[in-house]
Design a protein around this ligand. Sequence first.
Ligand SMILES: [Zn+2]
Length: 60
Amino acid sequence: MYYVVCSRCSFVLYAGERPIDVMRVLAKYGDKCPRCLHRLSTEPKRLSVSVRKRSTPASR
Ligand SMILES: [Zn+2]
């Protein structure tokens, strides 16, 4: 699962099986976290959201 969460309040903006364009997720919310109204940014050095990928045990 992939998660896009607010770095401030950990609100889950997106959770899904597939990776998603963070820009599209933020646009959907108007670039603001709906819970804490923190302004979200996708600037690489100031990423306000984090994309997490569930680490699956290596199965080689
Ligand atoms: Zn938030």
